[in-house]
Ligand binder design. Structure first.
Ligand SMILES: *Cc1c(COP(=O)(O)O)cnc(C)c1O
Length: 386
């Protein structure tokens, strides 16, 4: 049997995979089992921040794996402590809880909000108000937070206490927060899975201000937008708001599983011993990998991310077959005349791997993608859109 056939027979059928088996890669180029090379414009869905098998990242992992690969959270390890310190120093947040994925980072954010509100305002203050068309994960609780009905249908009942509102409608947000005695407002500044939709900055700021005045926590999901992706360390920094809780994962450790939930001054002490936990969370190898990524997300590097994004945007704006370009930094959506899936297929045939999000072609290249590869990808994508 071929790998395709073995996978089809033995792996649970939740993924509709492209018919490509990737065996290796370096930087932004990956190689399939037949030796065909592709420019990777998806980076494992915004995960491989510095590309495939990056030297510095690899060295950090190898060094840590040769010392200790796991000890559980019953003991102290250096990478976990130093990563928490670095995250706090770079964001002004005060404490970090580590997990292994975006859904878990959000789960922790939700638990933090529920406990804070219950203790401060009473047990009936449990509702989390989220945005329609958002995406927060696949567990039953984060699905409830995901304001898209089609994800919900087959899995009822979901965790109660979630209401989604229409992004941009501040009056509705206020009304729902009042009616439900909301514990938190939870949102993405740029909806990723929802179609690379940059949210209205005035709305986000109004929501943040309203939340602050009413001691409702502002939870910003930076799972996809975080860790340099938008040209800022975290996208909320570009929207001029100060969240109480920030969740992140995807690109944080450059390709190893790591989630982080950051708590600001107001909520830093919400968790006590035993309130939350994770066997693998804060794993020293994953944390060492994340340190090697975050260390390189300097202001100069982030300026390069923005410059590459500007280049890519200028290539696509007004190009034949491209109706609109959305997104921020190296998180880009193309509204194409042809169906997005057709464009992605044509790109694949011509050696460029792209993603889709709803009706858009979605691009999430490695943050350090070399200009030569970016130019090649832009050319192939533009040709595929015609
Ligand atoms: C991918 C994603 C998640 C879920 O992350 P997992 O690691 O797949 O659990 C949550 N929120 C956002 C915004 C995401 O893009």
């Amino acid at each position: 049997m071929s790998i395709f056939e073995i996978d089809k027979q033995y792996v649970a059928g939740t993924y509709k995979r492209f018919p490509i088996e990737i065996v290796s890669g370096k930087g932004s180029v990956v190689t399939d089992v037949y030796g065909k090379q592709y420019v990777d414009m998806g980076s494992g869905i915004a995960v491989t921040s510095f590309g495939i098998a990056d030297d510095v990242w690899q060295q950090a992992i190898i060094e840590q794996i040769g010392k200790v690969q796991h000890m559980s959270n019953l003991y102290y390890t250096e990478p976990c402590a130093l990563l928490a310190e670095m995250l706090c120093e770079k964001t002004g947040m005060k404490k970090v809880f580590f997990s292994n994925s975006g859904a878990e980072a959000n789960e922790c954010a939700i638990k933090a909000a529920r406990k804070y509100a219950a203790e401060k305002h009473g047990a009936d203050h449990f509702t989390i108000v989220t945005m329609k068309n958002g995406f927060h994960g696949r567990t039953l609780t984060t699905l409830a937070a995901t304001g898209q009905d089609h994800y919900h249908e087959l899995f009822q009942p979901l965790t109660p206490g979630f209401v989604s509102v229409t992004p941009g409608d501040f009056d509705e947000l206020k009304k729902v927060c009042e009616e439900t005695k909301a514990a938190a407002i939870m949102l993405e500044c740029i909806q990723g899975e929802g179609g690379v939709l940059v949210q209205d900055a005035d709305y986000i700021r109004a929501a943040a201000e309203y939340a602050k005045e009413n001691d409702i926590l502002l939870v910003v999901d930076e799972v996809q937008t975080g860790n340099g992706r938008t040209g800022a360390l975290y996208s909320y920094m570009k929207f001029g708001v100060e969240p109480d809780v920030v969740s992140t994962a995807k690109g944080l450790a450059g390709g190893l599983p790591l989630g982080a939930t950051m708590l600001n001054e107001k909520v830093q002490n919400v968790f006590g011993y035993g309130d939350h936990g994770s066997t693998f969370g804060g794993n020293p190898v994953c944390c060492a990998a994340a340190l090697s990524i975050l260390n390189r997300l300097t202001n100069e590097f982030l300026a390069e991310v923005s410059a590459k994004a500007d280049y890519l945007r200028s290539e696509f704006e007004g190009a034949e077959g491209i109706e609109a370009v959305s997104g921020m930094g190296l998180m880009m959506g193309l509204k194409t005349v042809k169906p997005a899936g057709e464009v992605v297929k044509a790109c694949m045939d011509n050696g460029v791997l792209c993603l889709t999000a709803k009706d858009k072609v979605r691009l999430l290249p490695a943050l350090n993608i070399p200009m030569a590869e970016l130019e090649k990808a832009a050319k192939v994508i533009k040709e595929a859109c015609k």
